[in-house]
Design a protein around this ligand. Structure first.
Ligand code: ADP
Length: 604
């Protein structure tokens, strides 16, 4: 399916008509310096001056030319920078969606109005096509609260939607998927740090396919040093500039967004090629610009490895990431402590393209792989648009799923049972659980954290190959340990914990997790629902007449599973789902329905 992708920057317009499946470009059009006398439009090799033209004007000239060379365009994908809390996935655009995006303009005053100009112009010129908005922020909808919140007074933050959203989502997701394809791994098994280094630059920590940290915040100004944006600065500096330079909001905006970053540091503009040339000639300002840029990124990579308890893959992408061997070299040096060893020669010659999108630049035995990956945001947007147009994410929303609340519990290995309850001890079934073969045991243990102890926590049987302790967010806070949200069974690099039983104490080096919301089902159920194992779905829970949506729910398929959605006690409380009875896994008498597949882990 051919999709027209519209990407409006503040003074630019990019149009790509492409095959959503394989990314082949039919027509590419670029308009630049819009709103000035030098505005121009280039389609293929033909450049047309468009003095004084704005986005709508450029679209009005470009679209008929594009349409002349193709069959009718039935789907248009629009890049929209800020989706706020409202949009966590691509949506079909109607008047209400336009109004909602308008309402988010306060959060992205530079970007959303330009995006809207493109939407309005294209809808007018292509009224019969399906228009879809794809949001930069959506991929980061999985950021945990600890990564979202600024340490500002809560009332003020809530009043203005002040929190961290993150950007460049389609690019981070795209290159992470390409990296996983290249390594023949499942993205859901990897910890990836993606460095998108273009004029705008951001880095993301992607753990098991979900964005858990990213360097841009409420706006695309936070984080890395960029072409003309400062990235992180001490907020106190801004106060001083207001006092000493008399700068107002517009003055600070211009300073931080347009006069800082590589351009401000180097005094040679924002093009890294010029700065690299200046540094080679001995220009101290250019050298410092390169050092600050790479130092900041190294710092983030180290921080994000700490956030995920390690890193399996580091990806460089976008204009600088794909083309500057010097920047990659400076960033990746001395990352041996993370297991990342750069192959200097491979780095020097690395070249990626749409046809060959990935180049490995780490040494063959490097534990952490370092890759250069060609990003393709237009292809990512076209795919998302085509999926919506074909309703590929549709699932059966009519079938009901029983909900059960899972209280904190412990899975043990045979060795752990013996260490805690004495040699030769066998777990004693207390009552069966709804999942066939699983049972709650008579045995209970104390979980000892650095802060507090949770007493009398039920052990579940049968024994497993690895110990696993599943607690809620409230529990982890009581224990005083940060536990990652994980799929059951996935305890690698999780924090350790101490278990105390009647006959012994066990100091585990890993095993404490917050279990991710999930739904158990059989292959036959999966077929009925139209989902597959490890799909991620949205689920609607009817909570006393309120339709509450749980995003990010994992599907687990096995022939021995019974159909059931598991939420933990915190989530049940949030949804006001009361447990019908006490126990380790209590049925609630409530039901959920699938809404749609939420994340696409298999874009091909
Ligand atoms: P945008 O964010 O505008 O899409 P790009 O991803 O196109 O930006 O990246 C633009 C940046 O990439 C510019 O700073 C440019 O200097 C840099 N760049 C492009 N090619 C090279 C190269 N060969 N060496 C160093 N930097 C490069």
């Amino acid at each position: 399916m051919d999709v027209l992708v519209v990407n409006c920057g503040s003074s630019s317009l990019k149009l790509d008509l492409l095959d959503a499946e394989d990314g082949t470009r039919r027509v590419v059009a670029r308009a630049e310096r819009l709103g000035t006398d030098e505005a121009s439009l280039r389609i293929g090799d033909v450049e047309t001056p468009l003095p004084g033209s704005d986005h709508a004007g450029a679209l009005a000239v470009a679209l008929p030319k594009i349409l002349a060379s193709t069959a009718a365009v039935s789907a248009v994908g629009h890049r929209v920078v800020h989706g706020g809390d409202t949009f966590v996935r691509p949506v079909r655009i109607d008047d209400d969606v336009v109004t909602a995006i308008e309402g988010l303009s306060a959060l992205a005053p530079l970007h959303n109005p330009a995006n809207l100009a493109g939407i309005r112009g294209a809808r007018k010129l292509l009224p019969d096509a399906m228009h879809v908005a794809v949001f930069d922020t959506a991929f980061h909808g999985t950021l945990p609260n600890r990564a979202r919140a600024y340490a500002l007074p809560r009332d003020l933050a809530e009043k203005h939607g002040i929190r961290r959203y993150g950007f460049h989502g389609p690019s981070h997701q795209w290159v992470a998927n390409r990296a996983a394809d290249f390594l023949d791994e499942d993205l859901r098994d990897l910890r990836v740090i993606t460095c998108h280094l273009g004029n705008g630059a951001s880095v993301a920590a992607i753990e098991n396919g979900r964005s858990v940290e990213t360097s841009m915040g409420m706006t695309p100004l936070e984080g890395l040093v960029m072409g003309t944006r400062s990235g992180d600065v001490d907020p106190g500096v801004l106060l001083e500039l207001v006092r000493r330079e008399g700068l107002d909001a517009d003055g600070l905006d211009a300073l931080l967004n347009r006069a800082s970053g590589l351009a401000g540091l180097s005094g040679r503009g924002n093009d890294l090629r010029d700065i690299e040339a200046g540094a080679a000639e001995g220009d101290e300002r250019c050298r410092l610009a390169l050092q600050v840029f790479t130092h900041r990124l190294r710092k983030y990579i180290g921080a994000y490895a700490a956030v995920m308890g390690g890193v399996d893959v580091i990806v460089f992408t976008a204009g600088i990431g794909e083309n500057s061997a010097l920047i990659r070299h400076r960033v990746a040096q001395r990352l041996d402590f993370l297991g990342a060893r750069l192959d200097e020669e491979a780095n020097r010659v690395a070249q990626v393209s749409r046809e060959v999108p990935v180049a490995a630049i780490s040494q063959p035995h490097s534990r952490t792989r370092v890759l250069v990956v060609a990003t393709d945001e237009a292809h990512a947007i076209a795919q998302a648009t085509a999926r919506l147009a074909h309703d590929r994410d549709a699932v059966d929303t009519s079938l009901q799923i029983p909900i059960a609340v899972s209280a904190r519990h412990i899975h043990l290995t045979t060795e752990a049972v013996e260490a805690l309850f004495g040699p030769g001890h066998q777990l004693t079934p207390y009552k069966p659980l709804s999942q066939p073969g699983q049972f709650a045991c008579e045995e209970k243990l104390d979980i000892v954290g650095p802060k507090r102890t949770l007493s009398g926590v039920r052990v579940l049987g049968p024994t497993r190959p690895k110990c696993q302790i599943e607690v809620s967010r409230t529990d982890e806070f009581a224990l005083g340990i940060d536990a990652p949200v994980r799929n059951s069974g996935d305890v690698a690099n999780s924090p350790g914990i101490t278990l105390v039983g009647p006959e012994g104490t066990l100091n585990l080096t890993e095993g404490l997790i917050c279990a991710r919301r999930h739904i158990h089902m059989t292959p036959a159920d999966a077929e009925r629902f139209g989902v597959a194992d490890r799909d991620v779905v949205e689920v609607a829970v009817d909570s006393d007449g309120r339709d509450l949506i749980f995003g990010d729910v994992l599907i687990r398929v096995k022939s021995t599973y019974a159909l059931e959605m598991h939420v933990d006690t915190d989530e049940a409380n949030a949804a006001e789902i009361r447990r019908g009875q006490t126990g380790v896994l209590a049925s609630t008498g409530r039901f959920a329905r699938l809404r749609r597949r939420r994340t696409d882990y298999d874009p091909t």
